[in-house]
Design a protein around this ligand. Structure first.
Ligand SMILES: Cc1cc2nc3c(=O)[nH]c(=O)nc-3n(C[C@H](O)[C@H](O)[C@H](O)COP(=O)(O)O)c2cc1C
Length: 197
């Protein structure tokens, strides 16, 4: 069965509106075995000099047995990647950025010589909600361009997203209807992806 890696960055858990989109998506996804990463609980820190140097020594020697590479190996071996995370400070939450620092390993996520992507996933799906009236394509929306660039770098062919926005500045009824519409979009997307294995 194909494997989907679910990177769950819905830090507000039950209160999270983004989590509603991921629940809708996974309720309709068939034919995939899901592995979930709870970003909030993941014990990772941003890379500093010491960590970089330690990692560089190992990648230069092509020694990938250390547990520091587990995150990158898991990501690179997935058939699909689904990220659910709220829009923070015009982009993605820092913990998600930190996660990608741990994924982006030469020799695992990309080829150190050619810089070609080595990840197996055919697509990345990004589920998100935004507080302000910021649409995808706006220069204020820096999460999508960043994730698209990562897909290209890692060799992931397709990027798709479902979002609801304006949720902190519109009346509650409108907020609910936007969320419902996004849930329906997430369900349609999941149904369209049914794995045939
Ligand atoms: C730390 C933080 C930073 C945020 N930054 C932005 C922002 O830059 N732009 C925006 O539109 N909303 C911003 N918001 C609002 C969230 O995007 C919005 O409330 C979202 O729906 C939260 O998702 P959740 O319910 O899944 O936690 C921010 C919220 C928090 C807590």
């Amino acid at each position: 069965m194909k494997k989907v890696l679910f990177i769950d960055g819905c830090f507000r858990k039950e209160q999270s509106r983004t989590a509603r989109l991921s629940r809708a998506f996974f309720s309709a996804l068939k034919g995939y075995e899901a592995e979930r990463i709870d970003l909030d609980a993941l014990p990772i820190s941003p890379l500093g000099r010491k960590e970089m140097e330690e990692r560089n020594v190992l990648t230069a020697a092509e020694e990938y047995g250390h547990t520091m590479f587990d995150i990158a190996k898991q990501f690179a071996a997935s058939d699909m990647v689904v990220i659910a995370a709220p829009f923070w400070d015009m982009g993605i939450p820092a913990k998600l950025k930190t996660y990608f620092e741990h994924v982006s390993v030469s020799g695992i996520a990309f080829d150190g010589e050619t810089c070609e992507g080595k990840c197996r996933a055919e697509r990345m799906i990004f589920l998100t909600t935004r507080g302000l009236e910021i649409e995808e394509g706006s220069e204020q929306e820096q999460a999508t361009p960043y994730l698209k660039a990562l897909c290209r770098f890692f060799g992931i062919g397709e990027f798709m997203s479902v979002s609801a926005f304006g949720l902190d500045v519109i009346p509650p009824e409108k907020c609910e209807s936007r969320l419902r519409r996004a849930e329906e979009e997430a369900i349609s997307l999941a149904k369209s992806l049914e794995a045939n294995e």
